[in-house]
Ligand binder design. Sequence first.
Ligand SMILES: Cc1cc2nc3c(=O)[nH]c(=O)nc-3n(C[C@H](O)[C@H](O)[C@H](O)COP(=O)(O)OP(=O)(O)OC[C@H]3O[C@@H](n4cnc5c(N)ncnc54)[C@H](O)[C@@H]3O)c2cc1C
Length: 153
Amino acid sequence: MKNSTIKDIKKINEIINRSDICHIGMIDLEGLPYVLPFNFGFKNNTIYIHTSREGKKADIFDKKPYVCLTFSTDYELFHRHEHVACSYGWRYRSVIGYGKIIPIEDFEDKKEVMNIIMKKYTDKEFDYNPPSINNVAIFKIELDKIEGRESGY
Ligand SMILES: Cc1cc2nc3c(=O)[nH]c(=O)nc-3n(C[C@H](O)[C@H](O)[C@H](O)COP(=O)(O)OP(=O)(O)OC[C@H]3O[C@@H](n4cnc5c(N)ncnc54)[C@H](O)[C@@H]3O)c2cc1C
């Protein structure tokens, strides 16, 4: 099965934009891996997430902010011979990124980020009341290193 690295940043950005969710991998406070799925927004090489202020991930983001993210899309199961298991495979496109997770505290910046996230999923922008912005934690991850791959295309 053809498996190739994607170097074109425009193509990498398209894969991120077409992905419904990202998985964020971190190292927990006991030194063990911890991976969670998130909805996200993406703009100018930066991933944005919104979340609650409490919980396991909030403690990790605070104390161990280096994370690895994965995105994937365009899945398709195919086979060469219907009755031969090892001829089955998946077409997919995926991206891995690395970066440091940083909180965003400014009220207007948080509103802007919420609209980046909401626009991805609804294609709309919204107004927000102060508690809905104040009660949510918003983080950005500028992607330091990014790698793309496609398989079966
Ligand atoms: C498609 C999808 C999109 C999501 N988008 C977001 C988002 O945008 N923002 C957001 O904050 N959260 C999102 N979540 C939920 C997120 O993945 C976490 O479950 C949630 O944020 C709680 O994480 P925590 O570390 O604070 O867990 P805590 O509430 O502190 O719980 C800790 C324990 O619960 C278990 N646990 C935590 N999460 C899960 C889980 N998802 N499944 C099974 N066990 C779990 C772990 O074993 C952990 O030890 C999404 C989940 C899915 C499936």
